[in-house]
Design a protein around this ligand. Sequence first.
Ligand code: FPP
Length: 235
Amino acid sequence: MELPRHLAVIMDGNGRWAKRRMLPRSAGHRKGMDRMISLSEHAFDLGVEYVTLYALSAENLSRPKEELDGLFALFCKYFGENVERLVSGNIRLRVIGDPALLPPEVVRLAREGEKATEKGTRGTLVLAIGYGARQEILAAVNAAVHGGKELTREEFAALLQTDGIPDPDFLIRTGKEKRLSNFLLWQCAYTELFFSEKLFPAFTNADLDRALADYAGRERRYGKITVSTDGDRSC
Ligand code: FPP
C-alpha cells in the first residue's frame, strides 16, 4: 500500500470530546496528547517519515488564559516525558511556530528536545505550536524583500519554518470542520485532504489505517492530465 511520506494532522475536537463527557476542556487536551503520541508512533512504525501535528495555532493564543496555561503545562509535560522516547525510537523532533508567542519554558524545552533528537534518522515529528501559515509566509516575504533579489520557489521555501521538510502528502483534519485554519498554506498546495467526523481524542490508530487506505487509492496528478483506461480525461 502506498503511504504518504509526510502526514500532517489538524487535531481538532478535544474541547467537544470533553464537553460531551461533562469534563473540563483540559481533560480533552490530555486525552488528545495520549492519542497524538500513539498515532504518531503508529505512523512511524508503518513507515511514514514525517508527521506534522498542529498543536496550537497563533490564533488559538486568544483563548482564555486558563486553557492556555493548561496547554502550555501539557506541552512541557510532553517534552519532559517523551524526548527520551523519541531518542530511543530514532525520531527527530522539530518545533515550528513563533517562539515570541510562547512562554520561555515551553520554548526552552522545545529547543532542548530538538537538540537531543537531532541525530534521529527513522522519522521526523514536527509539532506546530503558536504556528500560523500567513505569519510564516509574511516573515519569509519580508526576509526575501530585504535580500533584494528575485527568489526561486525552492529559495522561498527555504525561508519558511519548514525548511528541509518535504511538503505534506496527506493531511487529516479530525473534528468535523472542513478547513485548513492557517496551517501550512504554502506547503499544502498539492496535499491530499481527508476530513474525519471523529473528534481527535476518539480518532484511533484503526481510523488512521482507514484514512491511509483512502490515501493509497488516490491518484495524484499535480494539475496534469491523465487518460484513464475508459478514455476519460481528468486533471
Ligand atoms: C483543538 O481542539 C486542539 C487544540 C487547540 C490543542 C491540541 C493539543 C493536543 C492534541 C494535546 C497535546 C499536544 C502536544 C503537542 C503535547 P479544540 O480545543 O479546538 O476542540 P473543539 O473544537 O472541540 O473546541
